[in-house]
Design a protein around this ligand. Structure first.
Ligand SMILES: [Zn+2]
Length: 389
């Protein structure tokens, strides 16, 4: 089988869509008018991603407020916030350029999603000719909606966790039911949990193991056959071309991360300074048998925070080096992160979100070409003979 390649999920929203979101928040346009812009952005995203030659695509998450808040609010400004939430929750992350992103705060129970990822996927399926993947948010991120200390009156932490796990399981099952070929769980808070940022209290609580256990409570509800197509994405964040935890050594995260019984992992790597060391760690810590599934390591080969387009040869060489440490049947390629996990993102290092979209499609094309070249070199390319078999 050729080396598989898969995107994380998001693309920058076109400047026109970002303006429409602002107009919607300001009450200047209706939800139907906003949807027209979202439809156009999804269609363009799907068509252009298909044109890269990628075997599996996404809708660029053009309808989502962000990778983390899509179940909870229609826009990042908080328009259409779900029941039992207030806008002023914890900082999910503070980024290297000083900006931050905030989560809502739970004010009572029960906890219910307002929007499931499949609601977007159903629209995308109608527009796509190629198989689609869908990203969903990890329970460990939404766990941060509950206050760090104490309990909410009338809604215990354990009640909340039960509701949260049920909602995350449902989110994933609905994606497969709507036609997703693969579902990956965004777990950017994993690496951040290894930091201790005094300005962001939850990061100092050593919550990584708790996150892993919680996520496994969701994963363990799926059969090994289902978990082959359920992945985990790890990264040091990616927003406004900045990161939140790139200074955390992967050696602190990876031994714990691979305890999650997922069938594949989408791992930021192109922007690491010592890639070979990380490939080695992946080889050491990823498991051949995670409760019935082998863990496939999709290494990041393009950096969405940097406008320079990686060449197919660079992608190929990354994979060839990684294959020294990771068995080729458990090796894949991906982008380091979504190209714009948050809907409002001007992509400052790129100059504009529209230019950043052009760059993103070029990077995806390089990833696809370079991965095919690596498959060829490693003798796993699809030949006319075995593809017909
Ligand atoms: Zn990411």
């Amino acid at each position: 089988m050729p080396i598989p390649t898969e995107p994380v999920g998001s693309l920058p929203r076109p400047a026109k869509l970002q303006a429409a979101i602002a107009d919607y928040d300001a009450g200047k346009i209706t939800q139907a008018e906003l949807k027209t812009e979202q439809d156009a952005a999804c269609k363009d995203s799907i068509e252009r991603m298909e044109a890269t030659g990628a075997p599996i695509i996404s809708d660029g998450e053009q309808r989502a407020s962000s990778f983390a808040t899509y179940p909870l609010a229609d826009t990042l400004a908080g328009t259409g916030l779900a029941d039992n939430l207030a806008g002023d929750g914890q900082y999910f992350a503070i980024f290297t350029d000083g900006h931050h992103r905030q989560l809502p705060r739970l004010t009572g129970g029960p906890f219910k999603y307002k929007t499931y990822a499949a609601d977007y996927l159903k629209e995308a399926v109608k527009m796509a000719d190629k198989p689609l993947k869908q990203a969903v948010i990890a329970p460990s991120m939404l766990y941060l909606l509950y206050p760090l200390d104490g309990e909410i009156d009338g809604y215990t932490r354990e009640q909340f966790m039960e509701d949260l796990i049920n909602e995350c399981e449902k989110d994933i099952r609905l994606c497969f039911a709507a036609g997703a070929k693969r579902v990956s769980i965004d777990f950017t808070e994993g690496r951040l949990a290894c930091r201790n940022d005094p300005n962001n209290p939850w990061t100092g609580r050593k919550m990584l193991e708790q996150f892993i256990e919680l996520n496994n409570r969701v994963l363990d509800r799926f059969t090994p056959e289902e978990r082959k197509n359920i992945g985990i994405h790890t990264c040091p964040g990616g927003d406004c071309d900045a990161t939140h935890s790139a200074d955390v050594d992967y050696a602190e995260l990876l031994p714990s991360m691979f305890k999650m019984n997922a069938g594949y992992f989408l791992i930021q790597l192109a922007s690491e300074t010592d890639k070979e060391r990380v490939y080695k760690l992946l080889g050491e810590h990823s498991r051949e048998d995670a409760n019935g599934v082998p863990q496939v390591c999709f290494i990041g080969v393009t950096n969405p925070q940097n406008p320079r387009v990686e060449t197919p040869e660079e992608v190929r060489d990354d994979l060839l080096l990684a294959s020294k440490y990771i068995p080729v049947e458990r090796l894949g390629s991906t982008d380091d992160c979504g190209f714009s996990p948050f809907s409002i993102d001007v992509k400052p290092k790129h100059g504009s979100p529209d230019f950043a979209r052009n760059v993103a499609f070029q990077k995806i094309e390089s990833r696809v070409k370079g991965t095919a070249m690596a498959s060829e070199e490693l003798g796993v390319a699809e030949t006319p003979h075995n593809s017909a078999a």
